[in-house]
Each structure stands twice: as structure tokens, then as C-alpha cells.
Design a protein around this ligand. Structure first.
Ligand code: ARG
Length: 373
């Protein structure tokens, strides 16, 4: 691969400009997410049941891969170049100077690990032990882009220790009133002593980057992003959704679709003072309709909420990909003037995400705009 004179090989300034190249995740070798200080996976509808460990079944992997491959085919039919992660032994336990973990997770959700900010690739610190080395299945791609085009930047965030002391384990036991109170102080399962963030807590709006404070991104993480990105001309805005008691990853909560339009989660409104940035600049928020599945109907090993329904992937400011069964969302988007493409994706849900999570955009058209002058 060699660089073309025009647009850099790596170029994405927002979530909606016309998509040219993207990484689609893979379920190959996927394991169950282990119980660890930053994660207490539960079997849905069976609170207290032992959560499985080790490899996912060959059938579960095949079902997810079929849908991931279907997404890849749809993208290719729309002239988008699709790249895939390389192999990785997720069943291998990890031991660092600070922790042991029994197995790793998967390469289904590149969105969580990597983000393209303009012409730069940023590898997140990650917030869970099982995901410490999750950048590895994508490194061959990072090297390829970086070698092929001198305009491509590459920044790796400082790795936290992920030692016991980094976490606040009692978080998992807080009664609801306590949760409510601490929520407003934005205290979750990660403390503030180290820099911690997952890439999927960010959302790109040209010069402006939103970062959700969450179970997977702390204030030190946001400070690091601010100090790293602001000298490069970005503005970093911490955002909060005070009714989400277990916030993690912004793309089922606040989803920009095109300049001026956001798909918002009706259960998780953005905090009032953070809303004004949008309303003052003429942005409209439309509420996502009720998802087809209830939380109880989500797959048993899925740790995400029913709001995976709104985890759509934009092909352009006028075309969006939606999960095949989410009819009311498809209708809403069509009413807004979008061309809506659909793919089945429910078998990917238990790997922590839907269409946006399972992708990482490498190149979109467009350049850095100021949508909030
Ligand atoms: N925490 C979100 C929810 O349950 C799921 C976010 C998934 N996003 C991702 N990039 N993996 O609603």
C-alpha cells in the first residue's frame, strides 16, 4: 500500500462523513470476559449464576462471524475497503508485574481500543485487565498505515498498572441511593490515580471531541486526552449522562448522525449544562425509539443494554446501517431523510457491541470543521 497524494490514508474527523476504509472486528478465538476488579459479568436472568470462563463455543463464534462477515460484505458492496484483525490467542492468561487474569477477551470491538482522530491513530489505555493487549490484533494494520503514509500519526496512551489499587471494588456493591449520590460525583469502578480510558467513550465532531466519564474512562484519562489533543487543535469536552448508573462507551447513548443531528437515548439524557453546547449551535436531538428487545430479552451472556439498538454505523451524512430487526429506528431514520441499510447483527451482541462498536473507521472524506463556533 502506498499513500495517495490527496487525502491521507488515515483521515476521520467525525462519525458521519463518507466512509472509505474501515476495520470490522472478528470473533475468532473469542473468550468469555473474566470477572475482575473492573468487570463483574452476570448471566442475564440468572443473577448469581456462575459466569462461564475460557473460550466461547465454536457455534457461538461461527454465528457472530457470519454476521460480522455479512457487515463486511455490505460495506464492500458500497465500495468501502474492509480490513480485519489478525489472529490472537485470547485463551492465554496474562501475568504482568501488577495483575494476573485467567484469559483475555476478543477482537470483536475495535472501537473500544482504537480511534482515528484526524490523521492520527490513538491506542487507548483500556480499563480492564482482560483487554490489556487488545491492540495487538490491530498492530499489523497500524504499522501498515504508518509505514505507507508519513502524514499518519500514531499515539499510544500510557498503560495503567490495573493493579487492585487502581479500582474501587466496592462500586459493585453500592446500594442504589449510594450509586445515585456517587454518580453525581462521577465515581465508578476505576479510581483517579492513573490515566484510564477506552476509545469508545469518545465521539468525534470535527474540532470537538466528547469524552464520557464512565466505568471505563476516568478524569485523569480525560485530562490526558485534553493535554495531548488540545495542542493539536482539538477541543476536549467531558460529558455526563447522570441517569446511566453503569456508563461505559458513549455510542449507545449519544450518537451524531450528521451535522446538526444527534440520536439521543431517552433513558440517558445528557446533563443540562452540557446540552447547551448543542442547542446554542442549532443542533437537534431526536430520541431513539424503544428497542425491539427488552433488557431481559438480550442474549444471556451479553453485558450491554437493549440500547445496542441505537449503535448505528454511518456510511455518509445520508446513509446509515441499522440492525435488521430495529424497524422503528429504521422508520425514524428514514423520516429524517436517511437511506437506511440493514444487516442482522444480534449474534454479535454478546461480544459487547453492535455495528458501531464492531468497527473502527480508518478513512472518511472531509476535513476538520468547527461545528460549534
Ligand atoms: N454500555 C453500553 C450499553 O449497555 C454499551 C456500549 C457498547 N459500545 C461499545 N463500543 N462496545 O448501553
Amino acid at each position: 500500500m502506498t499513500a495517495t497524494a490527496g487525502i491521507p490514508l488515515v483521515n476521520a474527523w467525525n462519525e458521519w462523513d463518507t466512509l472509505r476504509e474501515v476495520v470490522v472486528g472478528s470473533a475468532d478465538g473469542a473468550c468469555f470476559e473474566p470477572t475482575e476488579p473492573g468487570n463483574r459479568p452476570q448471566v442475564r436472568r440468572h443473577k448469581g449464576a456462575q459466569f462461564p470462563t475460557g473460550r466461547k463455543s465454536a457455534e457461538a463464534v461461527a454465528r457472530a462471524n457470519e454476521e460480522l462477515n455479512g457487515l463486511a460484505r455490505l460495506l464492500e458492496s458500497r465500495a468501502v475497503t474492509v480490513r480485519r484483525p489478525g489472529p490472537h490467542d485470547f485463551s492465554r492468561p496474562l501475568r504482568t508485574p501488577h495483575f494476573d487474569v485467567e484469559n483475555q477477551y476478543c477482537a470483536v470491538c475495535p472501537r473500544d481500543v482504537l480511534i482515528t482522530l484526524g490523521n492520527e491513530i490513538v491506542e487507548a489505555t483500556m480499563s480492564r485487565r482482560a483487554r490489556y493487549f487488545e491492540y495487538e490484533p490491530y498492530r499489523h494494520l497500524v504499522y501498515e498505515y504508518w509505514e505507507a503514509d508519513p502524514r499518519v500519526g500514531w499515539t499510544v496512551a500510557p498503560k495503567p498498572t490495573m493493579s487492585d489499587a487502581m479500582y474501587r471494588q466496592d462500586f459493585w456493591e453500592w446500594p442504589i441511593e449510594e450509586r445515585h449520590r456517587r454518580m453525581h460525583a462521577s465515581e465508578f469502578c476505576v479510581g483517579q490515580t492513573e490515566v484510564v480510558f477506552d476509545a469508545a467513550d469518545m465521539s468525534r465532531f470535527g474540532r470537538d471531541i466528547l469524552v464520557q466519564e464512565s466505568m471505563t474512562t476516568n478524569r485523569a484519562g480525560i485530562r490526558w486526552l485534553k493535554r495531548t489533543l488540545e495542542p493539536k487543535g482539538f477541543r476536549v469536552h467531558p460529558v455526563h449522562f447522570p441517569l446511566d448508573y453503569f456508563p461505559s462507551h458513549i455510542d449507545c447513548t449519544f450518537v451524531p448522525l450528521r451535522p446538526g443531528l444527534i440520536l439521543a437515548n431517552p433513558d440517558r439524557p445528557i446533563s443540562q449544562d452540557e446540552l447547551s453546547m448543542f442547542t446554542d449551535n442549532g443542533w437537534e436531538l431526536i430520541q431513539a425509539p424503544e428497542p425491539v428487545l427488552t433488557n431481559d430479552e438480550m442474549p444471556p451472556y451479553c453485558q450491554s443494554s437493549k440500547w445496542l439498538s441505537m449503535n448505528v454505523l454511518s456510511l455518509s451524512p445520508s446513509t446509515v446501517i441499522c440492525e435488521e430487526q430495529e424497524k422503528s429506528l429504521q422508520d425514524l431514520l428514514a423520516d429524517q431523510g436517511f437511506e437506511v441499510l440493514t444487516v442482522p447483527f444480534r449474534n454479535v451482541f454478546e461480544y459487547g457491541g453492535s455495528l458501531h462498536c464492531a468497527t473502527w473507521d480508518i478513512r472518511r472524506d472531509g476535513t476538520r470543521e468547527d461545528y460549534f463556533p
